[in-house]
Ligand binder design. Structure first.
Ligand SMILES: [Zn+2]
Ligand SMILES: [Zn+2]
Length: 289
């Protein structure tokens, strides 16, 4: 393994324990136990495990049931819903969905998400939303139908809604307004600018910042973080993606939360303990644990 593929070193531990509000342990190397031990060693003592398809959502629910410090979110990812309907063979696994795709297959998959969302260890419905970067025009209708269904499921079960919004800010906000957002709504990997952060603040939406807030070209994201109300700010890895600087391109994991959190504290001009305390309280409030 070359140095550029190697896992980054353990950062200095945080003195205040926080949660990684969004991770994908099933896409990372090593066992769940190894990831949790490593994360806890640097003060990241809670993780929200996010499912992206039926199989991953079942796994998230099972993993949360087996570990008291793992909470689950379940959903069909915005790029998964069109694959189910259109039958893209390169998609994530589609267990539970009918062969041949179509709207009936999406309904079947949504019914399973609905069933999982009722489980006590499942605290979130997501990641759902809109992704105009990876999904082309032919998939937009399925994506929006799936998003609306997830909003309804989250509200009916009283769970947090976890939003994936990629190059779709205005439409995500529009659909939330049209459906009526759940009481607790989290924009995962927040990617809007400062103006959108003001809108999210007014609506009471949580903004969860990932490692890309550390990237050199991400000044608009840092401007958003600077104006976001402290009580709505969360931190996440979205691991294995979005490894924070200076480790960009190397494998990401929940134990790297301190790197992103310290960069965020610098943006806000507050101490890391103060930010960690706020984030710990915010994450527990957002997911109601
Ligand atoms: Zn996402
Ligand atoms: Zn994710």
């Amino acid at each position: 393994m070359s140095a550029k593929d190697a896992p980054p070193p353990l950062p200095e531990p945080l003195l205040v324990e926080v949660a990684d509000s969004h991770t994908h342990l099933d896409m990372q190397s090593g066992t769940v136990e190894e990831a949790l031990v490593k994360a806890a060693a640097v003060g990241v003592t809670t993780v929200v495990q996010v499912g992206c398809d039926v199989k991953g959502s079942r796994w998230a629910a099972e993993t949360a049931a087996a570990h008291s410090n793992v909470h689950a979110a379940v959903a069909l990812h915005p790029n998964e819903a069109p694959r189910i309907v259109l039958g893209d063979p390169d998609g994530w696994s589609r267990q539970g969905a009918r062969e041949g795709g179509g709207d009936a297959a999406l309904d079947d998959a949504l019914a399973e998400i609905d069933r999982l969302a009722a489980l006590p260890h499942v605290l979130g419905v997501g990641e759902t939303g809109l992704d105009f970067f990876r999904t082309g025009p032919e998939g937009i209708a399925a994506q929006e139908r799936s998003f609306r269904a997830h909003i309804e499921i989250a509200k009916r079960h009283g769970k947090a809604l976890v939003i994936h919004d990629r190059e779709a800010h205005a439409d995500v906000l529009r659909v939330l307004d049209e459906e009526g957002a759940p009481e607790r709504t989290v924009f995962h990997c927040y990617s809007g600018d400062a103006a959108m952060a003001e809108i999210c603040a007014a609506k009471g939406y949580y903004m969860s910042f990932a490692g890309n807030v550390t990237f050199k070209n991400a000044q608009p994201l840092r401007d958003a973080l600077a104006v976001a109300p402290l009580e709505l700010v969360l931190v996440e890895t979205d691991a294995p993606y979005l490894t924070p600087a200076p480790y960009r391109g190397r494998p990401n994991a929940p134990y790297l939360i301190p790197v992103t959190l310290r960069a965020m504290a610098a943006v806000r001009g507050i101490g890391e303990n103060d930010l960690a305390e706020a984030i710990a309280v915010n994450t527990a409030r957002a997911f109601d644990y």
